[in-house]
Design a protein around this ligand. Structure first.
Ligand code: UDP
Ligand code: MG
Length: 316
């Protein structure tokens, strides 16, 4: 019998924990041939989330949990879940029931019967989402896909089933500032996409404000492309080139008509030229600096405060 770990990142989801568990446990109990474990990752919740999870863990042996010392954000929660998982198949699923647990069975089928390495869900409608937010989301996918090598699917959500082999590959990426949507694509493997309609939250509310989404988008772009830095190089080159063209034009004009205001054109040309060179140089330095900065801090991705998983307890 294959083992499946369900990783559930939770941040202030006290209203959702029981609902989520009841529904999901009921759905997975109908699936034959697999044994399921729930790994709840409490991302430093300030409400009763941890209490609810502990009550579930006390009642059901297949409920594990990790609780963070503070809110480390969803990326860290997903990483912690993947790192502690031991199952043959590993899935990440939201606690708010926006990811229908009914998809777990077709996802397992895609891997074990159709031979895929992972199966991920894609939202086909953004109903119930503010218009402005959908528009920005779309713009983000256009931007990141045109600038970077990874292809991030529009509407892809963090609801995904993976083989152990793929999880190990994801964990082998050592970066601290993680952008999972890009990482899942970067590691390769064959992914099947299952489409589903957007489901509104039953209770609680989305943790994402407009600004946190914008920051997430910038994180995604900087994690997978250095194109913005290259933009500085390109811009500097264009400025220098136009200065050069201006120089030639001024030279010809002076040769034919003679000099009018002496000193003015040469000042402008030199200013533009030097300015262009400086921006270009900054761009080149930035290319290296940004790469180094990202990698030097080497801080832990999460810090555990409480858990019922033995391996992690020994780490403390
Ligand atoms: N979440 C988390 N840490 C955070 C924010 C969110 O672990 O800092 C969890 C949250 O509890 C939920 C999932 O990530 O299970 C998705 O969050 P949310 O519903 O707020 O995002 P949305 O569905 O709007 O993208
Ligand atoms: Mg949600």
């Amino acid at each position: 019998m294959k083992t499946v770990d369900l990783i559930v990142p939770c941040y202030n989801e006290s209203e959702m924990i029981d609902l989520f568990y009841e529904k999901t446990a009921q759905v997975v109990s109908q699936i034959d041939g697999y044994s399921f474990t729930f790994i709840f990752v409490d991302d430093g919740s300030t409400d009763d989330t941890l209490k609810k999870i502990k009550a579930l863990a006390a009642a059901h042996e297949h409920v594990k949990y990790i609780s963070f010392s503070r809110n480390f954000k969803k990326e860290a929660a997903m990483y912690a879940g993947l790192k502690t998982s031991t199952g043959d198949r590993v899935a990440i699923i939201d606690a708010d029931l926006q990811h229908p647990p009914e998809l777990i069975e077709p996802m397992l089928k895609a891997i074990d019967e159709e031979g895929y390495d992972s199966c991920s869900a894609r939202r086909v409608s953004r109903e119930g989402e503010p218009k402005l937010r959908s528009a920005f989301a779309r713009l983000f996918y256009k931007l990141i896909n045109s600038m970077s090598e990874v292809e991030i699917v529009d509407g892809a959500v963090d609801f995904r089933m993976m083989t152990r082999q793929m999880v190990n590959a994801v964990l082998s990426l050592p970066e601290v500032q993680r952008f999972s949507k890009g990482i899942f694509c970067w590691v390769g493997f064959n992914t099947k996409w299952i489409e589903f309609k957007n489901i509104e939250r039953v209770a609680g509310e989305s943790r994402w404000s407009f600004w946190s989404l914008l920051r997430y988008a910038i994180d995604g772009i900087t994690a997978f492309t250095t194109f913005p830095l290259r933009l500085a190089t390109i811009f500097g080159t264009i400025v220098s080139l136009s200065a050069f063209i201006y120089l030639i034009a001024e030279l010809i004009k002076t040769l034919i008509f003679g000099s009018t205001v002496s000193g003015y054109p040469s000042t402008i040309i030199i200013m533009l030229f030097i300015g262009g060179i400086i921006i270009m140089a900054l761009g080149i330095i930035g290319e290296y600096l940004a790469r180094m900065y990202m990698e030097t801090k080497r801080r832990p991705i999460f810090i555990t405060r409480d858990t019922n998983i033995e391996d992690l307890q020994n780490d403390k």
